[in-house]
Write a protein that binds this ligand. Structure first.
Ligand SMILES: [Zn+2]
Length: 242
């Protein structure tokens, strides 16, 4: 049995939860979970935690043999970077006349509240096929379906990414709530699972009371409770198998 089949078989028998078991005693500091730390990344070009970076490289090499050039559009993102994205979107929506509640709901279709992004962890990536022409916005669902340029990559990843530890959190499952379907977004499960487990122990309300976050006055306890259930936990089952 080759390695690929062996991994597939093992995963299907024991389930991906084995990944979290070997890591659950590791300590993930709050600063790292919030994107406020200084994580040791693989490289500037490959801003993932080292272990995730090695797995990514291996996956990239395998895809390359099939004529797919997996390219990272976005990987590790700091709290400050996410805050700039949030504030820019909030102010733009405000200009369009959206009231705060509508504004926040609009942003969280695709973007996270700073401090709650999986991209803070150094385990998550947004991917495209770098061998295709890049025009306009890259991370659009239609580019991964139909006659889109990234269809081949999407199909390859759906079939193979799990063998390298990568799972897509924002699936097109109609029963999943929270963020919209993101065919481009993958999470390195062996680290992201225990990180999420640790993350859920944090007090979201107190962590998000950042003064210079646009709209923060409107993040009610009810909103945050729903956001936790639907957005933070609105992910593929394989990524919350603690
Ligand atoms: Zn993403």
């Amino acid at each position: 049995m080759n390695r690929k089949n062996f991994l597939k078989t093992s995963l299907s028998i024991i389930g991906v939860s084995i990944w979290s078991e070997s890591y659950q005693n590791k300590d993930y500091p709050t600063s790292i979970l919030l994107g406020k730390g200084n994580p040791k990344l693989y490289s500037t070009d490959l801003p993932l935690l080292k272990k995730a970076g090695f797995a990514f490289k291996e996956m990239q090499r395998a895809a390359f043999k099939e004529g797919i050039e997996i390219e990272i559009v976005s990987a590790y993102r700091s709290f400050d970077r996410q805050k700039r994205i949030w504030n820019r979107k909030y102010l733009a929506n405000q200009k369009m006349g959206l009231i705060p509640e509508e504004n926040i709901d609009k942003i969280i279709e695709y973007s996270t509240l700073p401090g709650t992004s999986r991209h803070h962890w150094g385990t998550d990536v947004d991917l495209i096929d770098g061998s295709k022409i890049k025009d306009g916005e890259l991370l659009l669902t239609e580019k991964f379906h139909g006659k889109g340029p990234y269809v081949k990559m999407r199909k390859w990843l759906e079939e193979n990414a799990v063998n390298y530890g990568f799972i897509r959190p924002y699936t097109d499952d109609i029963n999943r709530k929270g963020f919209y379907y993101e065919p481009w977004h993958y999470s390195y499960a062996p680290i992201a699972i225990p990180m999420l487990k640790r993350y859920l122990e944090l007090n979201l309300k107190s962590l998000l009371s950042t003064q210079d976050l646009e709209g923060s006055d409107h993040l009610s306890p009810t909103f945050l409770a729903r956001y936790r259930e639907e957005n933070i936990l609105g992910i593929a089952k394989g990524l919350k198998s603690f």
